[in-house]
Design a protein around this ligand. Structure first.
Ligand code: PXP
Length: 242
């Protein structure tokens, strides 16, 4: 099971001040030191967190593969072709949403655009994935479009509260994984996975990659506060000649 760490939230903190810290590229280096098998970034059309500069630098400095999440949009596809990340995951994108809310629409009207985007990415030598809901019909339609992999949306599993609902969502993920594997697709999963809920998903046979962002970056803030304050306090003491 490969662990890809999504560093978008580091960029979100930086963009809150439009400054240069914290730098998501430095965060990627530390994630790699911590054992990340890859780095995920979502370059949104509105550039609300990750900037072109981040992906550009990551492409030149990361030691692990980069998974670029992108909408089916020509401007971003142009950039993906130029950067040639190891992998590109097509995701739905709405300006109003706080985070990626649902899986990609793979219905009739969207299929042509997705197929053309996949062809462009494959021609550039990029492995492809579609971020989709874990529904049998969606998995079948996705397989017809010809990606290398699908990333199953684990949001509903993550939001399930009682044991029966959790078991039901886990079963959905299991069944979707099995079907996708039968159809020749590699299977990834992600969204809303935390230290509390990750284990059952990590145990699904056939699922080979997880994308986790918010929970890991949130924990990083908390486990890092004590040391960060101590370092600032030391500066104040030094300034006072202490
Ligand atoms: N996978 C995809 C396609 C996503 O869009 C996101 C969120 O950006 C994630 C995984 C990671 O989700 P989370 O931040 O909740 O771990």
């Amino acid at each position: 099971m490969r662990l890809y760490i999504n560093i978008d939230h580091v960029a979100t903190v930086r963009q809150a001040r439009r400054t240069d810290e914290p730098d998501p590229v430095r965060a990627a280096v530390l994630a790699e030191l911590g054992g990340a098998d890859g780095i995920t970034v979502h370059l949104r059309e509105d550039r609300r967190h990750i900037q072109d500069r981040d992906v550009d630098l990551l492409m030149r400095t990361a030691r692990t593969p980069i998974n670029l999440e992108l909408a089916v949009a020509d401007g971003i596809l142009d950039l993906a072709e130029a950067w040639q990340p190891h992998q590109a995951t097509l995701v739905p994108e709405k300006r109003q949403e706080v985070t990626t809310e649902g899986g990609l629409d793979v219905g009739e009207s969207a299929a042509g655009g997705i197929r053309r985007a996949l062809e462009r990415l494959h021609s550039a030598g990029i492995r492809t994935s579609l971020f989709i809901d874990p529904e049998p019909e969606v998995v079948r339609r996705s397989a017809d479009l010809g990606p290398t992999a699908v990333e199953l949306h684990t949001g509903e599993y993550a939001n399930a509260r009682d044991a029966a609902a959790i078991a039901k969502q886990l079963e959905r993920l299991r069944a979707a994984t099995e079907l996708a594997r039968e159809l020749g697709l590699a299977v990834h999963a992600g969204h809303g996975l935390t230290y509390e809920n990750v284990m059952p998903v990590a145990g699904i046979p056939g699922c080979e990659e997880l994308n986790i962002g918010h929970s890991v970056i949130s924990r990083s803030v908390l486990v890092g506060i004590e040391r960060s304050v101590r370092e600032m306090k030391e500066l104040l003491l030094r300034a006072a000649g202490g």
